[in-house]
Design a protein around this ligand. Structure first.
Ligand SMILES: [Zn+2]
Length: 408
């Protein structure tokens, strides 16, 4: 059975983010650290591209560009470049790790894509004027003393403690957003906060019109139209960015950078609203159910997907993440179900239709057992079955032969 189980034994963690007050000395130091990290990232990109080109030209002699090779590259680069050695090693090692992660994720996506014609999604160079500074420190790269954050390399920052940090953090990310504000985001191990057992289970299917269709009508989540109003803005900024785009070889203008900043701010706002909706929904679902079977949705990187599809994918992604996190926080059993054929199987008897239903077909009719049910509700029940849970008694299941009033 293609399910992965997340149980309460998983050590959870949460991020606690605070504004930073950054002196001009500290800012200069942070930006210098970022310059070095950015340089390393770009070296990684170059190395990875060179390896790819080499492997293409001579497939018999494969070059690899995994974490081990990249670590070696960093050690060598630090040995021969005093400028790199002036920087702390922790954030430099972390950016190598981030690169390796981002690269292996992209490679997996490419493997799945057929035919393999492009390498979209592979990590790209970080440009000086465009990439926002982000520095990651593991435990040995920072400490908190007298309420101040001390980073490796002697950088001292004042944290605005807007809420209490519940435990000692295991790592911190220091970053600047598009508006120019600096933040520290601490990772803290969290303890499971159990909720009372409910005896209820829930199946969740993701979709475009309804972000989540579930086996309980009270827990369906319609697609939030956050993008709607912001969409007009985005389109305007998109055009502005395109119009102000510099010619190849020319430096980007102030107007171009500004338009990009506005666009980024709008995106960030939509993402925040999305996350807020997702968390509220996840909280309700987790409170009301002990076990939740959910489609393990992975967005496809289709070049031609519509704006609506992209918005739906982003909403699903945020909602799925919120559900997994909330489940972990409260010790609920959230099971991820492989999405293959979930809309073709009958939740009642397990028969599979010969052809995928066209998206316009909203009703699932089983030719084997005669059950008739709304398409997405059937899929949600299939999640339960696939996760080894019993859908019997879940509301909304109609006996064979019963007719469903056509939705207007
Ligand atoms: Zn059936």
């Amino acid at each position: 059975m293609a399910t992965r189980q997340k149980t309460s034994e998983d050590a959870g963690h949460a991020r606690y983010t605070y504004r930073l007050r950054v002196s001009s000395t500290a800012r200069t130091a942070l930006l210098a650290e970022w310059d070095r990290c950015r340089w390393i990232w770009n070296e990684c990109v170059a190395k990875s591209r060179a390896a790819h080109a080499h492997n293409r030209a001579s497939p018999g002699d494969k070059l690899t560009c995994g974490p081990a090779q990249l670590d070696k590259m960093l050690t060598e680069a630090r040995a021969r470049t005093p400028w790199l050695r002036e920087g702390a090693s922790v954030p430099q090692q972390q950016i190598i790790r981030d690169f390796a992660k981002s690269r292996s994720k992209a490679l997996k996506d490419i493997d799945k894509r057929l035919p393999m014609r492009q390498r979209a999604g592979m990590p790209r160079p970080k440009k000086k004027r465009e990439a926002l500074p982000t520095l990651n420190y593991t435990q040995r790269g920072f400490r908190l003393k007298d309420g101040r954050l001390h980073l490796a390399g002697g950088i001292e920052l004042t944290v605005v403690w807007s809420r209490e940090l519940p435990a000692a953090p295991s790592s911190v990310r220091v970053y600047r957003d598009v508006a120019g504000h600096w933040y520290a985001s601490f990772v803290v191990a969290t303890e499971v906060q159990p909720l009372p057992a409910t005896g209820a289970v829930l199946g969740v299917d993701w979709g475009v019109k309804e972000t989540a269709t579930t086996t309980s009508d009270a827990h369906d989540l319609p697609h939030p139209q956050h993008g709607r109003k912001a969409q007009a803005k985005l389109t305007r900024y998109d055009r502005m960015v395109a119009r102000r785009k510099p010619k190849t070889g020319q430096a980007s203008s102030k107007g171009h950078r500004e338009a990009k900043k506005w666009r980024a701010k709008t995106y960030a706002k939509i993402a925040r609203q999305r996350q807020d909706t997702a968390r509220k929904w996840a909280k309700k679902v987790v409170r009301d159910h002990d076990t939740i079977a959910v489609e393990d949705f992975r967005p496809k990187f289709l070049a031609k997907s519509t704006m609506a599809r992209k918005a739906a994918d982003a909403a699903i992604g945020a909602t799925k993440t919120a559900l997994i996190e909330m489940g972990r926080k409260h010790g609920r059993d959230v099971r991820l179900v492989h999405p293959a054929h979930t809309s073709m199987d009958c939740a009642s008897c397990g028969a599979r239709t010969k052809h995928a239903l066209p998206l316009s077909e909203r009703t699932y009719t089983c030719t084997a057992c005669g059950v008739v049910s709304p398409r997405d509700k059937n899929s949600a029940r299939v999640m339960l079955v696939r996760a080894g849970l019993n859908p019997a008694g879940v509301e909304g299941l109609r006996p064979p032969g019963a007719l469903i009033p056509e939705a207007a």
